[in-house]
Write a protein that binds this ligand. Sequence first.
Ligand code: CAA
Length: 386
Amino acid sequence: MKIGIDKMAFATTDEYIDLRELARERGDEPDKYTIGIGQDRQAVVPPTQDIVTLGATAAKKLLSEDDKKHLSTVIVATESGIDNSKASAIYIKHLLELDDFTRAVELKEACYSATAGIQFAKGLVAMNPQSTVLVIAADIARYGLKTPGEVTQGAGAVAMLISADPHILALEDTTVSYTKDVMDFWRPLYATEAHVDGKYSTNVYIDFFLQCWQRYQQMTGRQLDDFAALTFHLPFTKMGKKALEALLKDNQSPVANKLREQLTASQKYCREVGNLYTGSLYLGVMSLLQNGQVNPGDRIGLFSYGSGAEGEFYSGILQPHFEKYLSDVKDDLANRHQVSIAEYEKQFNSQLGMNPDDVELDWQSDPAPFILKGQKEHKRIYQEKK
Ligand code: CAA
Protein backbone atom coordinates (compact mmCIF):
# COMPACT_ATOMS: atom_id res chain seq x y z
CA MET A 1 0.00 0.00 0.00
CA LYS A 2 1.30 3.48 -0.87
CA ILE A 3 1.27 5.99 2.02
CA GLY A 4 2.52 9.56 1.88
CA ILE A 5 1.82 13.24 1.44
CA ASP A 6 -1.57 13.81 -0.15
CA LYS A 7 -1.82 17.62 0.00
CA MET A 8 0.42 20.49 1.10
CA ALA A 9 -0.38 24.12 1.96
CA PHE A 10 1.68 27.02 3.21
CA ALA A 11 0.94 30.16 5.24
CA THR A 12 3.08 33.04 6.40
CA THR A 13 2.46 36.57 7.65
CA ASP A 14 1.58 39.40 5.26
CA GLU A 15 4.65 41.54 6.16
CA TYR A 16 8.33 41.26 5.30
CA ILE A 17 11.59 43.19 5.49
CA ASP A 18 14.16 43.54 2.73
CA LEU A 19 17.42 42.07 4.02
CA ARG A 20 19.54 44.57 2.08
CA GLU A 21 17.94 47.26 4.22
CA LEU A 22 18.59 45.24 7.37
CA ALA A 23 22.25 44.80 6.35
CA ARG A 24 22.70 48.54 5.89
CA GLU A 25 21.02 49.23 9.23
CA ARG A 26 23.32 46.72 10.99
CA GLY A 27 26.49 48.01 9.29
CA ASP A 28 26.97 44.85 7.18
CA GLU A 29 27.55 44.42 3.45
CA PRO A 30 24.20 43.57 1.74
CA ASP A 31 26.04 40.85 -0.24
CA LYS A 32 26.84 39.06 2.99
CA TYR A 33 23.11 38.54 3.57
CA THR A 34 21.99 37.88 -0.03
CA ILE A 35 25.02 35.87 -1.20
CA GLY A 36 26.98 34.78 1.89
CA ILE A 37 23.85 33.68 3.81
CA GLY A 38 21.57 33.43 0.76
CA GLN A 39 18.48 35.29 2.03
CA ASP A 40 16.63 38.18 0.32
CA ARG A 41 13.57 38.85 2.49
CA GLN A 42 12.28 37.80 5.89
CA ALA A 43 8.75 37.38 7.25
CA VAL A 44 7.83 39.86 9.99
CA VAL A 45 5.46 38.59 12.67
CA PRO A 46 2.78 40.96 13.99
CA PRO A 47 1.84 40.30 17.65
CA THR A 48 -1.55 39.00 16.42
CA GLN A 49 0.12 35.98 14.75
CA ASP A 50 1.69 32.92 16.35
CA ILE A 51 2.11 29.23 15.53
CA VAL A 52 -1.57 28.53 16.20
CA THR A 53 -2.88 31.17 13.78
CA LEU A 54 -0.26 30.34 11.13
CA GLY A 55 -0.88 26.59 11.49
CA ALA A 56 -4.67 26.99 11.30
CA THR A 57 -4.37 29.23 8.21
CA ALA A 58 -2.19 26.69 6.38
CA ALA A 59 -4.43 23.76 7.33
CA LYS A 60 -7.65 25.53 6.34
CA LYS A 61 -6.30 25.91 2.80
CA LEU A 62 -6.09 22.17 2.26
CA LEU A 63 -8.90 20.59 4.28
CA SER A 64 -12.14 19.94 2.41
CA GLU A 65 -15.28 18.99 4.34
CA ASP A 66 -14.77 15.43 3.08
CA ASP A 67 -11.14 15.41 4.33
CA LYS A 68 -12.37 16.39 7.78
CA LYS A 69 -14.51 13.23 7.97
CA HIS A 70 -11.46 10.95 7.58
CA LEU A 71 -9.09 12.77 9.89
CA SER A 72 -8.06 10.68 12.92
CA THR A 73 -5.24 12.85 14.27
CA VAL A 74 -3.75 16.35 14.23
CA ILE A 75 -0.01 16.57 14.92
CA VAL A 76 1.57 20.00 15.34
CA ALA A 77 5.35 20.00 15.10
CA THR A 78 6.91 23.13 16.57
CA GLU A 79 9.77 24.47 18.62
CA SER A 80 7.99 27.78 19.29
CA GLY A 81 5.03 26.45 21.25
CA ILE A 82 2.75 28.86 23.10
CA ASP A 83 2.22 26.75 26.24
CA ASN A 84 4.46 24.41 28.22
CA SER A 85 1.59 21.97 28.82
CA LYS A 86 -1.37 22.29 26.46
CA ALA A 87 -0.83 21.21 22.86
CA SER A 88 -1.21 23.90 20.18
CA ALA A 89 -2.91 21.15 18.14
CA ILE A 90 -5.97 21.46 20.40
CA TYR A 91 -6.39 25.17 19.67
CA ILE A 92 -5.99 24.45 15.94
CA LYS A 93 -8.43 21.53 16.07
CA HIS A 94 -10.97 23.91 17.63
CA LEU A 95 -10.37 26.75 15.14
CA LEU A 96 -10.79 24.32 12.21
CA GLU A 97 -14.04 22.97 13.74
CA LEU A 98 -12.82 19.37 13.57
CA ASP A 99 -14.79 16.51 15.05
CA ASP A 100 -14.30 16.04 18.80
CA PHE A 101 -13.41 12.38 18.16
CA THR A 102 -9.99 13.51 16.87
CA ARG A 103 -6.60 13.00 18.52
CA ALA A 104 -4.53 16.23 18.86
CA VAL A 105 -0.92 16.41 20.03
CA GLU A 106 2.23 18.55 19.77
CA LEU A 107 5.71 17.20 18.94
CA LYS A 108 9.08 18.78 19.71
CA GLU A 109 12.65 18.21 18.55
CA ALA A 110 13.87 21.53 17.19
CA CYS A 111 13.49 21.80 13.40
CA TYR A 112 13.24 18.03 12.97
CA SER A 113 9.89 17.12 14.56
CA ALA A 114 7.67 17.51 11.47
CA THR A 115 9.54 14.57 9.98
CA ALA A 116 8.86 12.50 13.09
CA GLY A 117 5.21 13.59 12.72
CA ILE A 118 5.10 12.34 9.13
CA GLN A 119 6.67 8.98 10.06
CA PHE A 120 4.25 8.53 13.00
CA ALA A 121 1.36 9.50 10.71
CA LYS A 122 2.49 6.88 8.19
CA GLY A 123 2.21 4.25 10.95
CA LEU A 124 -1.28 5.43 11.93
CA VAL A 125 -2.49 5.30 8.33
CA ALA A 126 -0.95 1.82 7.88
CA MET A 127 -3.06 0.63 10.85
CA ASN A 128 -6.21 2.18 9.41
CA PRO A 129 -5.91 3.00 5.68
CA GLN A 130 -9.33 4.73 5.62
CA SER A 131 -8.07 7.37 8.03
CA THR A 132 -5.83 10.39 7.42
CA VAL A 133 -3.52 12.47 9.62
CA LEU A 134 -2.95 16.22 9.49
CA VAL A 135 0.68 17.15 10.18
CA ILE A 136 1.33 20.88 10.68
CA ALA A 137 4.86 22.25 10.89
CA ALA A 138 4.58 25.77 12.35
CA ASP A 139 7.29 28.00 13.77
CA ILE A 140 8.57 31.48 14.43
CA ALA A 141 12.37 31.60 14.23
CA ARG A 142 13.62 34.25 16.71
CA TYR A 143 17.25 34.91 17.48
CA GLY A 144 17.12 38.48 18.70
CA LEU A 145 17.78 41.94 17.25
CA LYS A 146 21.38 42.68 16.26
CA THR A 147 22.58 39.08 16.76
CA PRO A 148 24.40 37.02 14.06
CA GLY A 149 21.30 34.82 13.84
CA GLU A 150 18.96 37.77 13.10
CA VAL A 151 19.38 37.41 9.33
CA THR A 152 18.28 33.74 9.61
CA GLN A 153 14.92 34.42 11.30
CA GLY A 154 11.57 33.76 9.59
CA ALA A 155 8.06 32.46 10.21
CA GLY A 156 5.35 30.32 8.69
CA ALA A 157 3.57 26.98 8.61
CA VAL A 158 3.30 24.06 6.22
CA ALA A 159 0.26 21.78 6.61
CA MET A 160 0.35 18.27 5.14
CA LEU A 161 -2.32 15.64 4.85
CA ILE A 162 -0.91 12.10 5.20
CA SER A 163 -3.01 9.37 3.59
CA ALA A 164 -3.09 6.08 1.69
CA ASP A 165 -2.82 6.48 -2.12
CA PRO A 166 -1.40 10.00 -1.74
CA HIS A 167 -1.56 12.56 -4.54
CA ILE A 168 1.86 14.20 -4.05
CA LEU A 169 4.60 11.96 -2.64
CA ALA A 170 4.49 8.21 -1.85
CA LEU A 171 7.02 7.59 0.93
CA GLU A 172 9.54 4.79 0.48
CA ASP A 173 10.19 2.34 3.32
CA THR A 174 13.88 2.97 3.96
CA THR A 175 14.50 5.86 6.29
CA VAL A 176 17.60 6.66 8.36
CA SER A 177 17.47 8.60 11.66
CA TYR A 178 20.64 9.72 13.45
CA THR A 179 20.63 11.27 16.95
CA LYS A 180 23.33 12.57 19.28
CA ASP A 181 23.34 14.80 22.39
CA VAL A 182 24.81 18.03 20.94
CA MET A 183 24.48 21.66 22.17
CA ASP A 184 24.43 23.55 18.87
CA PHE A 185 21.10 25.41 19.33
CA TRP A 186 18.61 25.36 22.19
CA ARG A 187 16.05 27.52 23.99
CA PRO A 188 15.76 27.25 27.80
CA LEU A 189 12.25 27.57 29.29
CA TYR A 190 12.98 31.13 30.43
CA ALA A 191 14.06 32.38 26.98
CA THR A 192 12.01 33.71 24.06
CA GLU A 193 15.06 33.76 21.76
CA ALA A 194 17.25 30.84 20.72
CA HIS A 195 20.74 30.25 22.07
CA VAL A 196 23.03 29.08 19.29
CA ASP A 197 26.61 28.16 18.57
CA GLY A 198 26.20 29.22 14.93
CA LYS A 199 29.32 27.98 13.15
CA TYR A 200 29.35 24.73 15.15
CA SER A 201 25.69 24.13 14.25
CA THR A 202 26.47 24.30 10.52
CA ASN A 203 29.25 21.71 10.93
CA VAL A 204 27.01 19.36 12.96
CA TYR A 205 24.29 19.70 10.29
CA ILE A 206 26.74 18.67 7.51
CA ASP A 207 28.10 15.76 9.57
CA PHE A 208 24.57 14.47 10.27
CA PHE A 209 23.64 14.74 6.58
CA LEU A 210 26.69 12.73 5.48
CA GLN A 211 26.09 10.10 8.20
CA CYS A 212 22.44 9.65 7.14
CA TRP A 213 23.21 9.64 3.42
CA GLN A 214 25.99 7.02 3.73
CA ARG A 215 23.77 4.71 5.80
CA TYR A 216 20.86 5.19 3.37
CA GLN A 217 23.16 4.30 0.45
CA GLN A 218 24.40 1.17 2.25
CA MET A 219 20.82 0.10 2.96
CA THR A 220 19.37 0.75 -0.51
CA GLY A 221 22.33 0.60 -2.91
CA ARG A 222 20.97 3.81 -4.49
CA GLN A 223 23.33 6.32 -6.08
CA LEU A 224 22.99 10.04 -6.87
CA ASP A 225 21.53 9.30 -10.31
CA ASP A 226 18.57 7.52 -8.66
CA PHE A 227 17.38 10.96 -7.46
CA ALA A 228 15.73 13.74 -9.43
CA ALA A 229 16.45 16.11 -6.53
CA LEU A 230 17.73 16.25 -2.96
CA THR A 231 15.90 18.63 -0.62
CA PHE A 232 17.22 19.95 2.69
CA HIS A 233 16.15 21.63 5.90
CA LEU A 234 16.93 25.27 5.04
CA PRO A 235 17.64 27.45 8.09
CA PHE A 236 19.09 29.76 5.40
CA THR A 237 19.63 28.81 1.77
CA LYS A 238 23.44 28.69 1.94
CA MET A 239 23.12 25.82 4.45
CA GLY A 240 21.55 23.56 1.82
CA LYS A 241 24.32 24.48 -0.60
CA LYS A 242 27.01 23.71 1.97
CA ALA A 243 25.48 20.28 2.63
CA LEU A 244 25.05 19.37 -1.04
CA GLU A 245 28.61 20.51 -1.87
CA ALA A 246 29.97 18.44 1.04
CA LEU A 247 28.50 15.44 -0.79
CA LEU A 248 29.31 16.42 -4.39
CA LYS A 249 32.73 18.01 -3.71
CA ASP A 250 34.19 18.88 -7.15
CA ASN A 251 31.85 16.53 -9.05
CA GLN A 252 30.84 18.41 -12.24
CA SER A 253 28.97 15.49 -13.88
CA PRO A 254 25.55 16.17 -15.48
CA VAL A 255 23.86 14.39 -12.51
CA ALA A 256 25.69 16.56 -9.95
CA ASN A 257 24.89 19.75 -11.87
CA LYS A 258 21.24 18.77 -12.16
CA LEU A 259 21.09 18.30 -8.38
CA ARG A 260 22.60 21.79 -7.97
CA GLU A 261 19.92 23.30 -10.25
CA GLN A 262 17.15 21.52 -8.41
CA LEU A 263 18.53 22.74 -5.09
CA THR A 264 18.28 26.33 -6.36
CA ALA A 265 14.63 25.71 -7.28
CA SER A 266 13.94 24.28 -3.80
CA GLN A 267 15.52 27.37 -2.15
CA LYS A 268 13.39 29.98 -3.93
CA TYR A 269 10.68 30.36 -1.28
CA CYS A 270 13.07 30.14 1.69
CA ARG A 271 14.95 33.14 0.23
CA GLU A 272 11.71 35.12 0.55
CA VAL A 273 10.45 33.98 3.95
CA GLY A 274 13.45 32.86 6.02
CA ASN A 275 13.72 29.96 8.42
CA LEU A 276 10.47 28.14 9.25
CA TYR A 277 12.32 25.74 11.59
CA THR A 278 10.08 22.59 11.38
CA GLY A 279 8.46 23.72 8.13
CA SER A 280 11.62 24.71 6.23
CA LEU A 281 12.32 21.34 4.61
CA TYR A 282 8.70 21.06 3.51
CA LEU A 283 8.52 24.61 2.12
CA GLY A 284 11.66 23.58 0.21
CA VAL A 285 9.80 20.56 -1.18
CA MET A 286 6.91 22.83 -2.26
CA SER A 287 9.40 25.22 -3.85
CA LEU A 288 11.02 22.38 -5.79
CA LEU A 289 7.65 21.06 -6.99
CA GLN A 290 6.54 24.53 -8.15
CA ASN A 291 9.85 25.79 -9.58
CA GLY A 292 12.03 22.75 -10.41
CA GLN A 293 12.24 20.24 -13.27
CA VAL A 294 10.35 17.32 -11.75
CA ASN A 295 7.94 14.71 -13.13
CA PRO A 296 5.68 11.98 -11.79
CA GLY A 297 7.75 8.86 -11.01
CA ASP A 298 10.79 10.91 -9.92
CA ARG A 299 12.49 10.03 -6.64
CA ILE A 300 13.02 12.97 -4.26
CA GLY A 301 15.41 12.77 -1.28
CA LEU A 302 14.60 14.65 1.92
CA PHE A 303 17.12 15.58 4.63
CA SER A 304 15.58 16.76 7.87
CA TYR A 305 17.72 18.29 10.64
CA GLY A 306 16.92 19.52 14.12
CA SER A 307 19.54 20.91 16.46
CA GLY A 308 20.17 19.09 19.68
CA ALA A 309 20.54 17.08 17.41
CA GLU A 310 18.63 14.73 15.14
CA GLY A 311 18.83 14.09 11.39
CA GLU A 312 16.80 11.90 9.08
CA PHE A 313 17.18 11.07 5.39
CA TYR A 314 14.29 9.48 3.55
CA SER A 315 12.79 9.48 0.08
CA GLY A 316 9.54 9.45 -1.84
CA ILE A 317 8.20 9.01 -5.37
CA LEU A 318 6.28 11.85 -7.03
CA GLN A 319 2.72 10.98 -8.02
CA PRO A 320 0.73 11.90 -11.19
CA HIS A 321 -0.73 15.47 -11.14
CA PHE A 322 1.07 16.28 -7.87
CA GLU A 323 1.03 19.98 -8.86
CA LYS A 324 -2.74 20.19 -8.32
CA TYR A 325 -2.46 19.39 -4.62
CA LEU A 326 -0.21 22.27 -3.51
CA SER A 327 -1.35 25.71 -2.34
CA ASP A 328 -0.31 28.75 -4.39
CA VAL A 329 2.80 29.95 -2.56
CA LYS A 330 3.80 32.49 -5.24
CA ASP A 331 0.49 34.28 -4.76
CA ASP A 332 0.93 34.42 -0.95
CA LEU A 333 4.41 35.88 -1.31
CA ALA A 334 3.36 38.41 -3.94
CA ASN A 335 0.54 39.71 -1.74
CA ARG A 336 2.72 40.62 1.25
CA HIS A 337 3.83 44.19 1.95
CA GLN A 338 7.21 45.51 2.99
CA VAL A 339 7.73 47.19 6.37
CA SER A 340 10.62 49.34 7.54
CA ILE A 341 13.34 48.04 9.87
CA ALA A 342 11.99 50.35 12.61
CA GLU A 343 8.50 48.82 12.22
CA TYR A 344 9.96 45.27 12.29
CA GLU A 345 11.86 46.08 15.51
CA LYS A 346 8.69 47.50 17.07
CA GLN A 347 6.73 44.34 16.21
CA PHE A 348 9.59 42.11 17.37
CA ASN A 349 9.36 43.76 20.80
CA SER A 350 5.54 43.61 20.97
CA GLN A 351 5.04 39.82 21.08
CA LEU A 352 3.09 38.39 24.02
CA GLY A 353 6.11 36.25 24.86
CA MET A 354 6.55 35.82 28.62
CA ASN A 355 4.23 38.73 29.49
CA PRO A 356 1.78 37.41 32.14
CA ASP A 357 -0.56 40.45 32.03
CA ASP A 358 -3.94 40.77 30.38
CA VAL A 359 -3.39 42.21 26.89
CA GLU A 360 -5.81 43.35 24.20
CA LEU A 361 -4.09 43.41 20.82
CA ASP A 362 -4.96 45.66 17.90
CA TRP A 363 -6.13 42.81 15.68
CA GLN A 364 -8.56 44.59 13.32
CA SER A 365 -5.84 45.54 10.84
CA ASP A 366 -4.42 42.00 10.54
CA PRO A 367 -5.91 40.52 7.32
CA ALA A 368 -5.14 36.89 8.30
CA PRO A 369 -8.15 34.54 8.59
CA PHE A 370 -7.14 33.50 12.13
CA ILE A 371 -5.90 36.02 14.68
CA LEU A 372 -4.68 36.16 18.26
CA LYS A 373 -6.85 38.81 19.96
CA GLY A 374 -4.90 38.96 23.17
CA GLN A 375 -4.59 37.28 26.55
CA LYS A 376 -6.88 37.24 29.56
CA GLU A 377 -6.25 35.50 32.88
CA HIS A 378 -3.21 33.77 31.30
CA LYS A 379 -5.32 32.36 28.45
CA ARG A 380 -4.65 33.21 24.81
CA ILE A 381 -7.76 34.25 22.89
CA TYR A 382 -8.04 33.24 19.24
CA GLN A 383 -10.68 33.99 16.65
CA GLU A 384 -11.47 33.16 13.07
CA LYS A 385 -12.33 36.35 11.17
CA LYS A 386 -15.53 35.55 9.29
N1 CAA B 1 29.79 39.09 0.17
C1 CAA B 1 29.53 37.76 0.01
N2 CAA B 1 29.65 36.84 1.03
C2 CAA B 1 30.04 37.31 2.25
C3 CAA B 1 30.33 38.69 2.48
C4 CAA B 1 30.18 39.59 1.37
N3 CAA B 1 30.41 40.90 1.50
N4 CAA B 1 30.67 38.82 3.76
C5 CAA B 1 30.60 37.58 4.34
N5 CAA B 1 30.24 36.69 3.43
C6 CAA B 1 30.00 35.24 3.61
C7 CAA B 1 31.06 34.57 4.48
O1 CAA B 1 32.21 34.25 3.73
C8 CAA B 1 30.29 33.34 4.94
O2 CAA B 1 30.27 32.38 3.91
P1 CAA B 1 30.62 30.84 4.21
O3 CAA B 1 29.69 30.39 5.33
O4 CAA B 1 30.35 30.15 2.94
O5 CAA B 1 32.04 30.83 4.64
C9 CAA B 1 28.85 33.85 5.08
O6 CAA B 1 28.81 35.07 4.34
C10 CAA B 1 28.44 34.13 6.53
O7 CAA B 1 29.40 34.98 7.08
P2 CAA B 1 29.90 34.74 8.57
O8 CAA B 1 30.31 33.32 8.76
O9 CAA B 1 30.88 35.80 8.92
O10 CAA B 1 28.51 35.03 9.29
P3 CAA B 1 28.15 35.14 10.80
O11 CAA B 1 29.30 35.03 11.72
O12 CAA B 1 27.38 36.42 10.89
O13 CAA B 1 27.19 33.87 11.10
C11 CAA B 1 25.62 32.09 10.91
C12 CAA B 1 26.48 33.13 10.14
C13 CAA B 1 26.54 31.22 11.77
C14 CAA B 1 24.86 31.23 9.92
C15 CAA B 1 24.62 32.86 11.82
O14 CAA B 1 23.72 33.56 10.99
C16 CAA B 1 23.84 31.97 12.75
O15 CAA B 1 24.28 31.68 13.87
N6 CAA B 1 22.59 31.50 12.33
C17 CAA B 1 21.75 30.67 13.15
C18 CAA B 1 22.24 29.23 13.26
C19 CAA B 1 21.87 28.37 12.07
O16 CAA B 1 21.00 28.66 11.29
N7 CAA B 1 22.54 27.22 11.98
C20 CAA B 1 22.28 26.27 10.89
C21 CAA B 1 22.49 24.84 11.31
S1 CAA B 1 21.46 24.46 12.71
C22 CAA B 1 19.93 24.19 12.01
O17 CAA B 1 19.79 24.01 10.85
C23 CAA B 1 18.75 24.18 12.91
C24 CAA B 1 18.09 25.49 12.79
O18 CAA B 1 17.24 25.70 11.95
C25 CAA B 1 18.55 26.56 13.68
